[in-house]
Design a protein around this ligand. Structure first.
Ligand SMILES: NC(=O)c1ccc[n+]([C@@H]2O[C@H](COP(=O)([O-])OP(=O)(O)OC[C@H]3O[C@@H](n4cnc5c(N)ncnc54)[C@H](OP(=O)(O)O)[C@@H]3O)[C@@H](O)[C@H]2O)c1
Length: 318
């Protein structure tokens, strides 16, 4: 049984804890928080066996076999390094770190020490992506891909009220691109590999980070456009266009309903069977990695997606 320590006490840690309950061979370990009372309350709520006053104490406790890190983005790298150096396998929330180089450095360190390091990119382990892969041959030669993740965040109201909030705080790596843009970018890399080139534009908000943006990615024989937003909503699905038909996808981060419209003939709806909690797949993959599954390709994909983020961040906010 892998006893998984939890770092961070926000709603995403609670969701992860719920997923752990659905995966055989993984159990909750201690909860680490910067605040003792919060740790105790959170551990109680999710049914974790104990607490620790921070990551170092968690790693030193001796009763945790692996850790899940769900802290703000800018904190990930130092926490990953600490866990890797302690020889403890790490599942780190997306985006794993702030830059591709930082990721390569940490992956190298983890490989040297024989420690598992995996990004908690739930999309990569989602049955919806497998369903897309299965039907793609039916739409013929791919010519255009349009992936989007645009959802107005309740925390944007805080920004509008002049308040600070982590998810939009550039000092903590907060940005719509890093929060939501990484999903369609990762899906692109998952399904089609790394593009030859990417060009993009980001729109700035009062918090001095991006609130939304768009990118065009060039592949041989087709083009992809990617949209992300945390300050507006969309009613549009994602889509893949082929010469023999098109495929619409309700949500590219966790596809549940696909509509295949052939060039001739009727549209077909494909409902994807998936666990209710979209984090189950990543927990299963992490468990398998701890038991020896090779995650080199997973790590490479994270690096490729982070490289795209690097390139998009080079452009100034507009
Ligand atoms: N997979 C998904 O669907 C999904 C969804 C949402 C978020 N995420 C990812 O999860 C991570 C956390 O996001 P979030 O919105 O939950 O962040 P958050 O609420 O700002 O912070 C998460 C936790 O980190 C700790 N923390 C807060 N500020 C910190 C700081 N300055 N230094 C160290 N620890 C700090 C807090 O725990 P304590 O105060 O108890 O220490 C907090 O509960 C991000 O990487 C995000 O991209 C993933």
């Amino acid at each position: 049984m892998i006893r998984l320590g939890i770092v961070g006490t926000s709603s995403i840690s609670e969701r992860l804890a719920d997923a752990v309950g659905e995966v055989e061979g993984v159990a909750l370990g201690r909860v680490a928080s910067r605040d003792e009372r919060r740790a105790a309350e959170f551990a109680d709520r999710i049914g974790a066996p104990g607490t620790a006053p921070g990551l170092d104490a968690l790693l030193a406790a001796g009763d945790v076999d692996a850790v899940y890190l769900a802290s703000p983005n800018a904190v990930h790298a130092e926490q990953v390094r600490a866990a890797v150096d302690a020889g403890i396998p790490v599942l780190v929330e997306k985006p794993a770190v702030l830059t591709a180089d930082e990721w390569l450095d940490l992956v190298g360190r983890a490989r040297e020490r024989g420690v598992v390091l995996l990004e908690a990119m739930r999309t990569a382990y989602d049955p919806g992506i497998r369903a897309i892969r299965d039907v793609l041959p039916r739409i013929g030669r791919i010519r255009r891909v349009s992936f989007r993740y645009e959802k107005r965040s309740a925390r944007y109201d805080l920004v509008l009220a002049g308040e600070q909030t982590n998810i939009f705080d550039p000092a903590l790596g907060g940005s719509a691109l890093r929060d939501l843009g990484v999903y369609p970018l990762h899906a692109l890399v998952l399904l089609f590999g790394a593009p030859r080139q990417i060009l993009g534009s980001r729109v700035g908000i009062a918090a001095q980070t991006d609130g939304l943006g768009s990118a065009i990615a060039e592949f041989d024989g087709f083009v992809a456009d990617v949209a992300w937003s945390k300050i507006t909503d969309t009613a549009l699905p994602s889509e893949i266009q082929g010469e023999e038909g098109s495929l619409t996808i309700d949500a590219i981060d966790s596809p549940r309903r696909l509509v295949l419209t052939p060039r001739a003939g009727d549209a077909e709806v494909i409902d994807v069977a998936a666990p209710e909690n979209p984090m189950v797949g990543e927990v299963e993959r992490f468990r398998d990695a701890v038991h020896g599954a090779d995650v080199t390709a997973d790590q490479d994909r994270t690096g490729q997606a982070l490289r795209l983020v690097d390139l998009l961040l080079e452009r100034p906010l507009r």
